[in-house]
Design a protein around this ligand. Structure first.
Ligand SMILES: NC(=O)c1ccc[n+]([C@@H]2O[C@H](COP(=O)([O-])OP(=O)(O)OC[C@H]3O[C@@H](n4cnc5c(N)ncnc54)[C@H](O)[C@@H]3O)[C@@H](O)[C@H]2O)c1
Length: 255
């Protein structure tokens, strides 16, 4: 394959779809993967060069199957974006083991084994200047987030994992970075607005106003705001960046 090849997990919706679109606009051949196979197919169908594959990141062999398929068919892998993630809001005292396991399975174990499958394939294909990007969150840097303790734990884990991967994979010419979005308008956000409204006893509109008031740049984030930063992390301009956690949140959290 002449074009560069990128895999994106959870690319059937929201931020993942915007990342896949950004990479397609940057002339990548995009492997659109999602738990929801139809959503992945619908997104892939909008690109000039793409393929959809069903992948549940909680099943490591699913990610290995994606990597094997890319090795066989495209024979090239330049970028792997581990984006798939879930959230469910609840008070810390109410989070049970089942909910904790579900969140950690997708958000941390999922990133661990999906990105591992990507890294192994890049090494086997002898990719030069490879890039892995793990989508974390503002809640990966600030635990002062209401009703998301399991999510916070998973996303802090993603930042540590990203640093460990960056350190170990640098000799293989693979750069590994995280991106930390803020309050992004996606289907996940619609669910969170309803949960937080319920937990606070206020309306979703009032929660939205709180989030905008918390954002110095004065608006909710768009999936494209995140995708543009991911695009930068796949470009030559970022070739000396590795192990970083790049915040893109309109100033909602500064570190
Ligand atoms: N929306 C936000 O405000 C926000 C903020 C910070 C970080 N993030 C992170 O960005 C990423 C994308 O979030 P989003 O807002 O686009 O969410 P979303 O719910 O709109 O989309 C998530 C996608 O991931 C897929 N998915 C869920 N479980 C999966 C699994 N086990 N395997 C494969 N795919 C799976 C879903 O089918 C869906 O297509 C997540 O990692 C999320 O934690 C989102």
């Amino acid at each position: 394959m002449d074009k560069k090849v990128a895999v994106v997990t959870g690319a059937g919706s929201g931020i993942g779809r915007a990342i896949a679109t950004e990479l397609s606009n940057r002339d990548f051949h995009v492997i659109v993967t999602d738990l929801n196979e139809q959503a992945a197919k619908d997104v892939a169908a909008t690109f000039p060069s793409a393929r959809a594959i069903k992948c549940d990141v909680t099943i490591p062999t699913d990610s290995v199957a994606v990597a094997n398929s890319v090795k066989e068919i495209e024979k090239r892998l330049d970028v792997w974006v581990s984006n798939a993630g879930v959230s469910k809001m609840a008070k810390f005292l109410d989070i049970d083991e089942k909910m904790y396991d579900f969140t950690l399975d997708v958000n941390l174990k999922g990133v661990f084994f999906a990105s591992q499958a990507g890294a192994r394939a890049m090494i086997e294909l002898k990719t030069k200047d490879a890039r892995i990007i793990n989508i974390a969150s503002m809640a990966a840097k600030a635990g002062r987030v209401p009703y998301l303790a399991d999510y916070v734990a998973s996303k802090f884990g993603v930042l540590g994992l990203t640093q460990a991967m960056a350190y170990e994979l640098a000799p293989n010419d693979i750069r590994v970075n995280s991106v930390c979005p803020g309050f992004v308008s996606t289907p996940m956000q619609v669910r969170e607005l309803a949960w937080e409204a319920d937990l606070r006893g206020i309306s979703p509109e009032d929660v939205k106003k709180m989030w905008i008031n918390d954002t110095p740049l004065g608006r909710l984030e768009l999936p494209e705001d995140v995708a543009k930063v991911v695009g930068f992390l796949t470009s030559k301009d970022s070739e000396f960046i590795t192990g970083e956690a790049i915040a893109v949140n309109g100033g909602a959290f500064m570190d």
